[in-house]
Design a protein around this ligand. Sequence first.
Ligand code: GDP
Length: 335
Amino acid sequence: MRHTIDIDSYAEGVLAGHRPTLARAITLVESRRPDHAELAQELLVKLLPHSGGAHRVGITGVPGVGKSTFIDALGTHLTEHGRRVAVLAVDPSSARSGGSILGDKTRMERLSVDPNAFVRPSPTAGTLGGVARATRETMILMEAAGFDAVLVETVGVGQSETAVAGMVDCFLLLTLARTGDQLQGIKRGVLELVDVVAVNKADGPHADEARKAAGDLSRALRMLQPAGGVWRPKVLTCSGLTGSGLGEVWDAVNAHRAALTESGELAAKRRRQRVEWMWAHVRDRLMLRMQQDSEVSKLVPELESLVDAGELTPTLAAERLLTAFTGQSQQETRV
Ligand code: GDP
């Protein structure tokens, strides 16, 4: 039996911070049913004027670096200071394999029972594009519900870091001290996205090593990210386990926000992100529609084998697929 969904009461519930309604609204946003998608957009349009109020922070790092311990401790630190904290995740691996790398909310023991926090595991809605869309829209729901710090966790699978960096104000990388090349194991593309780096597990016998690693990383980043912007990435040390250095990491995240706000860059960045989100959605949907198109499907096996055998150029094959999809020859300018 189909339940009718009353969007006005959903909107009221979310704005009142009513947790069960918030959870239902997120489920609606994550749903892939076309009728749900339509209702979700109706809800989001109502809530959009109430969104945008949170400090949006992306957090990345390889599995085992201590992300969940760090977020549990940082989030608790924030709620103790009167903040309302939402933790979201972008983990496209959960969509592919059915099992997620980031796991679920039980990893954050304190935050998951904190009345001023809301921990939501990654949506499992298909492609990275689908997962990122659902997370972005969930962020709007969270802000409308009054959460003023949104932490978006991701693990470095595929392009997920780029997707998360494209939806937050500040991008934080957690890393570990390593002997030898400090950049080893950190994807170069990620270093170009980071605003703050925290060398984690700087406790016990590893504290000195972490401080040295932070110095090395700081120098490496200076070379990678040219001066001239309003912010230069900061590298700090911390321990999610003992809590030491967490305040300083959050201070750096706040300093980043202050610098961007003052220069007008924060508003500009969010505008750019909204437009980019629109195009990302277009790309994602267009690709899906094309793959599902019956004319395209008929051609795919033959074209793939011709390209595979080196008998047709990939460009020509792609043009044929596009022609089959749009039903017209492609006369556009070459790119
Ligand atoms: P995640 O996979 O990045 O979410 O990492 P976890 O938070 O699950 O932590 C992985 C392991 O590292 C666990 O055994 C933690 O107890 C340990 N760990 C996490 N943070 C710290 C830290 O700050 N110091 C130390 N020494 N160990 C930590």
